[in-house]
Design a protein around this ligand. Structure first.
Ligand code: GLC
Length: 804
């Protein structure tokens, strides 16, 4: 525990930002050289290479030698950079043009400004300077009106102006608080937003320790490196969604997970035996609380040796798995990178024999202490090691396991530095990197190896990988959970901006431990957190050893029924949610969105941290304090309906929402089109009932709203070969006449085309319903008490329905 001694005056590190003397700067540009897609500006003291990765993405690399090293880290997908680059001299400036962006360099004394095609200023660089070639600081302009988003998994509020963060993957068990600089993930990506101006992003491709400082200076923000070179990507907008799209063009889109991993998941450190796991599964089914996944934490292993079972606790894992499958459960075991140092343990022996573990330059294997005691760590920078590690997962696949949980992969080591020695040398296919230089990539590369190994072994099925550590691009291989939070109301509140900023950093599939990991939860907290979790992409309840258990039925009947209802809500929303996952996989646009992302002109929206949108139609306003039974909800422009009561609200203002314990304030936008499924106990449970499309009228005169429903088998990669169905729904309302259009742009599935359309807030009993296209109306009913019109449409491929 820290005492007041921690704030002793005049100690060497008093926490204040020290002004380091930066003495090097580029100086004047002496020469311009144009090569294949690259322009090099040779300066007095250093040079800068520019490349357009595509027309919206400018790469800028500072270098000191003769030639720039344009290789990238594995985070980057489009390393080659096919973008065209044109150079001209204009008004004594050097202008580098892609079409969509213009980079303007002042050659008298290097400075850079980036404009968009309309000539609007995006980035204004103020200084690029260093004290040593690897301690570089890049400064760019900000004002009091600037808002910052992104930066991945960080504590604090949504808008990061006024904050300073380090990128250094860290296992932080201390409570995560606002001045926790670094957590498990490092996504060195910052988005700069100002009302009325084009938004842009900056990605720093440097997996060593870096600092993003939006606090220390009024007029500028700085990005600093401590190792490696300054390798920056400027991503054009103009909108927030555009920037996220560009970022995921560069670092990849979220993987398409199996549908079961979108269901509710239950975990505990640890379920201690096979019998306990089965009992938990049976309880879910008996109590009719939907659930898809159970987790096995470290106690399933033989003295924490990965790829083994503890034969006393789990004597018949195959039988257990068969019984769980029968009940519709998937199982996700934990796999940490530390391999127990034990010559009789085949994974360790093989790893040593083949030179697969990380070593110091002098040749010794790096040995660190983790759960199994002294352990070695695979060097995932080597292709052969990654393949070996990935193939070891056949052990799990043979047991019917389709998902893996990667933990402790910062890597966390129980020593003073909390991680691997910085002078460990990673082989990296002949281009060695010290651990200090590539620390933040360790978890990324472990999850990559895991994902690829599982994919290879699963015969066309889609794996699920969960990770604690990661770097930019981690979304290609894994889902991110936000590590060891606590059962604190503050941590529930903080999880919202954290997940929203992860989404704005390209990581759409993320979420916290629902109920809180360490400390002791309460029934009220579990109820409220489950309400929130039901609408967050990754939905897992997990808790630590020695804490109060937190399965949904342990806090009395009221909490149990609240959990059942909200988990059920998630299962009903699955077609909507699954389609949003597909959208994220296709476009990078996140599943849950900050209000500012959907309403970038709304002056009240830039820092709303306690509300979010699921897709663009559902707005959630969770309760995150105990004893609170009402709250203010800010509704952006438009008409909104209370999801529970149907009450209509005019947006562009705040309202006071009623929130008894069983109610999380939730709103649906007029014009919404939300496909829902019948309630199931697990995502794969068979059902004959058709998809029910909930349409909400009342957006008369506003523009058409759209939603694209994606369907496939939910498990395989067959969708990549065309076995999927895409139906775009469009809703328009003019002078009280509602038109619902369904356009099937791809139909690679057989059967299951029927739709049940529900028009909520209907103006009255329809005078007539007409349909055209290749579909027919089955039956329709009008419920005047609820103002609901229900129409069944058979063979619903492409059709147009008009209600008068
Ligand atoms: C770490 C993980 C936690 C897990 C525990 C034991 O603390 O973050 O989720 O339960 O290790 O494996």
């Amino acid at each position: 525990m820290l005492t007041s001694e921690a704030i002793l005056p005049d100690r060497p590190d008093d926490g204040n930002e020290k002004e380091t003397t930066l003495y090097g700067s580029i100086g004047a540009i002496l020469q311009v050289e144009q090569g294949e897609g690259t322009v090099v500006l040779r300066g007095e003291r250093a040079s800068v290479a520019f490349r357009y990765v595509d027309e919206h993405t400018l790469r800028m690399k500072l270098f000191f030698g003769d030639n720039p090293d344009m290789r990238t880290t594995p985070a980057i997908m489009q390393a080659a950079g096919n973008g065209k680059i044109e150079v001209e001299e204009r008004d004594e400036h050097i202008v580098l043009t892609s079409g969509a962006l213009h980079a303007v360099v002042n050659p008298q004394r290097f400075s850079l400004r980036v404009f968009d095609a309309e000539g609007r200023l995006l980035l204004e660089e103020l200084e690029t300077a260093w004290d040593t070639p690897t301690n570089v600081t890049f400064a760019a302009a900000k004002t009091n009106e600037t808002h910052f988003y992104g930066l991945g998994e960080k504590t604090g509020f949504l808008d990061k102006n006024g904050e300073r963060y380090e990128m250094w993957n860290s296992d932080v068990f201390d409570p995560h608080v606002q001045d926790t600089d670094a957590l498990y993930q490092s996504i060195p990506f910052l988005m700069r937003f100002e009302y009325g101006k084009p938004t842009y992003g900056l990605l720093l491709d440097n997996p060593g320790r870096t600092v993003f400082d939006m606090r220390s200076h009024e007029d500028r923000y700085t990005i600093s490196t401590h190792t490696g070179e300054l390798d920056l990507y400027v991503l054009g907008g103009p909108g927030i969604k555009d920037v996220v799209r560009r970022l995921t063009d560069l670092t990849g889109r979220s993987y398409m997970p199996p549908a079961w991993s979108i269901g509710y998941q239950q975990s505990r450190y640890s379920y201690m035996s096979q019998e306990e796991v089965l009992e938990i599964a049976r309880t879910f089914r008996r109590k009719q609380i939907p659930c898809d996944v159970l987790y096995l934490d470290i106690h399933y292993m033989d003295e924490y040796r990965v790829f083994t079972w503890d034969s006393k606790r789990f004597p018949r894992p195959k039988e257990m798995m068969a019984e769980l499958k029968e009940m519709g459960f998937e199982v996700v075991p934990i796999v940490d990178p530390g391999v127990k140092k034990d010559p009789k343990y085949p994974v360790y022996a093989e790893g040593v024999r083949n030179g697969y573990f990380c070593r110091k330059l002098e040749g010794d294997i790096f040995i660190g202490k983790v759960w199994p005691g002294l352990s070695a760590f695979p060097d995932f920078t080597e292709e052969e090691v990654s393949r070996w590690w990935g193939d070891l997962h056949r052990f799990y696949i043979e047991h019917g396991i389709n998902g893996i949980w990667n933990d402790m992969n910062e890597p966390s080591v129980f020593n003073e530095s909390k991680t691997m020695d910085l002078d460990v040398l990673h082989g990296n296919g002949g281009d060695p990197k010290t651990h200090e230089e590539w620390h933040n990539l360790y978890g990324f590369l472990m999850s990559k190896a895991t994902f690829e190994g599982m994919k290879r072994g699963m015969g066309g099925e889609r794996p699920f990988v969960l990770t604690r550590a990661g770097y930019a691009g981690i979304q290609r291989y894994a889902t991110v959970w936000t590590g060891d939070n606590r059962s604190f109301w503050e941590h529930m509140a903080m999880s919202i901006p954290m997940v929203l900023n992860l989404g704005m950093s390209g990581i759409a599939f993320a979420g916290p431990d629902v109920g809180g990991f360490s400390h002791h939860s309460s029934g009220e907290l579990v109820a409220r957190w489950t309400q929130l979790g039901a609408l967050i992409p990754f939905f897992r309840n997990h808790s630590a050893i020695d804490t109060r258990r937190q399965e949904p039925w342990l806090f009395g009947e009221q909490v149990e029924s609240i959990c059942r209802e909200y988990i059920g809500l998630r299962y009903r929303l699955l077609p909507y949610l699954y389609s949003l996952f597909y959208e994220a996989h296709q476009t990078g646009v996140p599943i849950v969105r900050s209000l500012i992302m959907e309403y970038p002109e709304d002056r009240g929206a830039y820092n709303i941290c306690d509300q979010f949108l699921l897709g663009s139609f559902l707005l959630a306003a969770p309760i995150y304090r105990p004893g609170v039974r009402s709250r203010a909800v800010y509704l952006p422009e438009g008409i909104w309906y209370d999801y529970w009561t149907g009450e209509r609200h005019e947006g562009g203002r705040s309202i006071l929402a009623d929130a008894p314990l069983e109610r999380m304030p939730l709103y649906v936008k007029a014009g919404a089109v939300i496909p829902e499924a019948p309630l199931r106990q697990w995502t794969g449970e068979a059902s004959d009932e058709p998809i029910r499309v909930q349409a909400y009228a009342g957006a008369d005169g506003t523009s058409e709203s759209r939603f694209t429903l994606f369907e496939d088998d939910g498990r395989s990669y067959d969708f990549e070969a065309g076995k999927y169905r895409l139906r775009e729904f469009r809703l328009t309302e003019t002078n009280g006449q509602v038109r619902f259009t369904c356009e099937c742009s791809h139909d690679g599935l057989s059967g299951g085309r029927e739709l049940s359309l529900v028009f909520n807030q209907a103006a009255g009993e329809p005078a007539g319903i007409e349909i055209s296209g290749d579909a027919e109306i089955g039956a329709w009913t009008y419920d005047s008490a609820n103002r609901q019109l229900q129409v069944t449409v058979r063979a619903a491929n492409s059709f147009e329905l008009t209600i008068r």
